[in-house]
Design a protein around this ligand. Structure first.
Ligand code: FRU
Length: 488
């Protein structure tokens, strides 16, 4: 057997023997690893109406940290099918990890560019930019020309990874997360006419030095264009994950932060029209990507998926008890309003059904929503007339629970009474509105909260008591509308 076959065979055995799907915390409609560990989404692409999600996958974790690209597909973004690993770490240039990268459709093929991670005999890092192509999503031959970029250019360290490839003029641009020799983070831009032969164009630059010394390394760049929903004016969005920046008030509190700039990209000059903004203020969110589309796919808004996890925070109940850890977020439709990205879960599955709490006034103690008693996978949509504080409880007030407490202009998420209390509680500024729209996506041990039409997003892992689950609402407010889509 080739080393590719040996790896894939062993991964399939690990998947076969996995206890992950027996776990009452294993999600129903979020992409999760069939065994072991998952991190960044990779190569997100929709082809012939099928959504392909590749992801950083460690099938043997925690015993062996080898990383390949896992692969899952769905045509409704709710039911996901697991496929064999697509890219194993089986060549000299990727033997210590097939790291993150992106997808692009060209010439009747899907091209997946990725970073080959190598540790030399002394444990020093080497990084190689590589590619595979596929026409059937079953075989993913590595290019004979690999590695396409055989290391960092002068002036940059081997922390060069996560190629994001996008059409650019008559050819393609590759944006790479990088680090200058002086240990500051940046993005390098390469250009190509054929996706194989890449020429360094230089750094992605900004009109001033605001981002010249902004963290020590940048990971996972993404670039895409979308119009402002109110004015129709087109903007470019640049997402990246600058490691080592300081928190800003309640923002950027995770071990590694992740955010975006809105502006205009001309050549390699990005002129931002606002500040670097956090994408999701939750305890777990990192390394997001936007889906790209094959030729002939219907136009759709940019659709984002992020990793609901953080580097080195693997110590979750699911790993000890059922041998798996981390999930991807739900796919989120992005709209741009007033320079800010708004995120809402893509609506494809199920019709929302009204809840009896709709049209009632809340006063004081928690009122359970009887329709969601024992239902652990759902999307809940609320429209609330806010007076003072009100809160939503996931789980039993007298047992394991998460609270989402809304004061005017502030959301406090408290998971200190759960089985994974890491970070305990966190506050986040939200718009102070008389009428607030809140969407809660909850899927067994995953919770994603979208406030004010998606203006603010907050994601967390919420390990509750699978036997004792209810949703309740409390406080001083009026429930103008309430509906739930059950996804069990
Ligand atoms: C981000 C990241 C990427 C890298 C990958 C390795 O979480 O560190 O920069 O390609 O994960 O798994």
């Amino acid at each position: 057997m080739t080393s590719r076959e040996v790896f894939i065979d062993a991964a399939l055995r690990a998947i076969d023997e996995s206890r992950a799907s027996l776990d009452p915390d294993y999600p129903r409609f979020h992409v999760a690893p069939p065994a072991g560990r998952l991190n960044d989404p990779n190569g997100l692409i929709v082809i012939d109406g099928v959504y392909h999600v590749f992801y950083q996958f460690g099938p043997f974790f925690p015993h062996d940290k080898a990383i390949c690209w896992g692969h899952a597909t769905s045509s409704d973004l709710v039911h996901w099918t697991t496929h064999p690993p697509a890219i194993p770490p089986s060549d000299w240039y990727d033997r210590n990890g097939v790291y993150s990268g992106g997808a692009v459709a060209h010439d009747g093929k899907v091209w997946l560019h990725y970073t080959g991670n190598v540790k030399d005999a002394e444990g020093r890092r080497e990084s190689y930019q590589c590619a595979v192509t596929t026409t059937d999503f079953e075989s993913f031959p590595k290019l004979k020309a690999n590695p396409l970029i055989p290391g960092p250019p002068a002036g940059y360290t081997a922390h060069l990874r996560d190629p994001f490839v996008a059409p650019d003029g008559d050819g393609f641009a590759m944006y790479l997360g990088g680090q200058r020799a002086d240990n500051t983070g940046c993005i390098l831009v390469y250009r190509s006419s054929d996706l194989v032969d890449w020429q360094l164009d230089g750094e992605l630059t900004f009109p001033d030095d605001r981002y010249a010394d902004y963290g020590y390394m940048w990971e996972c760049p993404n670039v895409f264009r979308l119009p402002d929903a109110d004015t129709g004016e087109e903007f470019d969005v640049l997402i990246f994950c600058p490691q080592g920046i300081d928190p800003r008030g309640d923002e950027f509190r995770n071990i590694f932060p992740c955010g975006y700039l809105v502006g205009h990209l001309e050549g390699s000059l990005f002129t931002p029209s606002g500040e670097f903004t956090e994408l999701d203020g939750g305890f777990e969110f990192y390394a997001p990507q936007v889906f790209t589309a094959g030729a002939g796919e219907p136009e759709q808004p940019p659709l984002l998926m992020g990793w609901l996890g953080n580097a080195s925070e693997d110590d979750q109940p699911s790993l000890a008890e059922h041998g798996w850890v981390h999930v991807q977020s739900v796919p989120r439709d992005l709209t741009l309003r007033g320079g800010r990205l708004h995120q809402l879960p893509r609506r494809i599955a199920g019709e929302p059904a009204g809840l009896a709490i709709a049209g009632t006034e809340l006063a004081g103690p928690a009122q359970p929503l009887p329709e969601l008693d024992g239902v652990r996978s759902f999307i809940l949509d609320l429209v609330v007339d806010q007076r003072e504080e009100w809160s939503l409880w996931l789980g039993r007030p007298d047992g394991a629970h998460v609270t989402l407490a809304f004061e005017r202009g502030v959301l406090t998420v408290d998971r200190s009474a759960t089985r994974y209390r890491h970070g305990d509680l966190r506050r986040l500024a939200v718009p102070d509105l008389d009428r607030l729209e809140v969407t809660v996506v909850h899927d067994r041990s995953v919770t994603e909260v979208f406030v004010a039409g998606g203006h603010t997003a907050f994601s967390l892992r919420s390990y509750l008591d699978p036997e004792e689950f209810q949703v309740a609402i409390a406080g001083d407010a009026g429930v103008a509308a309430a509906a739930a889509t059950i996804l069990e």
